[in-house]
Ligand binder design. Sequence first.
Ligand code: SF4
Ligand code: SF4
Length: 428
Amino acid sequence: MVQKLRITSLFLIHVLILLHIYYFGSDKIGSVDFQEFFHSFIKSGIINAGAMLVIIAFIFTLLFGRFFCGWACHFGAIQELCWYILKKLKIKPQTIDSKLVTILPIIILLNFYVIPNIYQAYKNPWSEISLAFNEPEIWAFLPGFIIGSLTFLIDGFLIVYFLGKKGFCRFLCPWGAFLKVPTALSFFKVRKTGECTYCHVCTNECPIGIDVSYEINKFEKVVNSNCTSCMNCTTGCPSSALSYTFSNPLKEEYNLNQFLPKKNIFTHPNILNNFKNLRKLDFYILPLTLLLGFAIDGLYGMGHFMAYGISLIASYIILFFSKNYTKLIRLGSISILVLLFSWHGLIKFSIWNGFRNYELKNHSTSILNLERAISIYPKKIGKFHIMLSEMYLDINNLEKALIHAKAAKKINPNHNSPDQLINIINNR
Ligand code: SF4
Ligand code: SF4
């Protein structure tokens, strides 16, 4: 019954999203995205629909745990659907046990959302706190259809296939990281209230890969801050040993060990084959994921979620998954991945250096970098051609200035800037 309710809730969330897009429009309620809390509230003191959602989710989590993640998150729902489909197809990926499930989402949260917006607020302090529920418009921070669909494919399906249960929520989700503290302190938790037989059904049923049996027998409650209050463990326990109950936080026992990475989880013979301990690779996977993610983040209109989803999967394939195959396949797949990421790293560097030197009016270096970016970046960007045309015009290379202005016009026929540049060049 509880699970039927939860699935209905996850289904209704998608109906609400569609209603928001097609019915309410953005004139009344704008973007309802978690990142609004950082981009709008932290940065500019604006409380909008997204910021309200985060404030409500934070307070609700402090009382009841991460219900939002288990009962209302579309990304979580898609990953559970993927796990279900894989199970039906008799494909059972091992769920990866790694300390990165704590470190990586926190790095993403701090690096992309907390630090840059606090820095902006420090540079331009808020003059007031304002309300603006219709701002920004729904699609302000969302990618287009193709990148959006690919993000769901990578972070909803591929990541589950490679890293196991809710790979995105565990390894990457910055909003989950944001809710970790209120989850750890929440009043309501899954607690041990009966005799446990160590059957480990609860651990196997947990959709987010928590060793429930280990935690409830060591700490008398689920202490993992990834718990999404889905109740799969409480309803699934054949001995009725678990309940979701309230405890006065002032009387609750907190043990330092419950906040530290647990050493002997996932080792019971009943679950051993379902989980894979890769902690010894954390030291390599973390920098590689960050490096590869940095190399592709922002290219092709790709957001952080998709870029770091790809980089995490690629790091995992390079350092672990490819070991399951012959040397030739391994070497081939690693070479292709290294080549692809190096290529895109060079594109990213060329764009960054081109823009930087354009601002500094160092035309020769900027031209060199932007010309390289244009020649190796498969996506055609009108802005690069405009910048190049302007710089060639400055150094009196009218032939190249015209070529780039015409290229920009071909990419964006409705923009005025290429026409203006062509006029200036023709009148020289
Ligand atoms: S399902 Fe119940 S009995 Fe089995 S290990 Fe979990 S808490 Fe113990
Ligand atoms: S520990 Fe229990 S309530 Fe928490 S996510 Fe796992 S199955 Fe759901």
